[in-house]
Ligand binder design. Sequence first.
Ligand code: DQA
Length: 135
Amino acid sequence: MKLVVINGPNLNLTGMRSPNVYGTDTLETITEELNGYVIYETLCRTCLDACRDAGVECELFQSNHEGDIIDAIHAAMNEFDGIIINPGAYTHYSYAIRDAIEAVGLPTVEVHLSDIHAREPFRAVSVIEPVCIAQ
Ligand code: DQA
């Protein structure tokens, strides 16, 4: 099985952005490349390790741009068996990302670092959730 993990806007700043909400672990700092194996710090490292332990291949992608995220979802169609996505603030209003997930038809799981149901009311609404198999 091969999964793509897509992180949306501002998630590249994880570790220094609102650390009281999102923690101090960084998302995606490539620290070294060893024998062709890229070592990511903390959160991405954790993700890669969890996938490896589960015998799942995984690729990581982050973008601050809605269109690039949509392109990554489209590209996943022929390459991956499923999508794990943290759409960041796009969660709450991007019908375009929602439609892209629906269009490719891959099983998709929506994830967040924080509990979006325990924060500001606008964060409790996800337009992505209805096209995902789990949030
Ligand atoms: C987030 C929650 C969103 O509301 C917010 O805009 C983010 C991060 C999370 O992972 O908790 O950027 O997706």
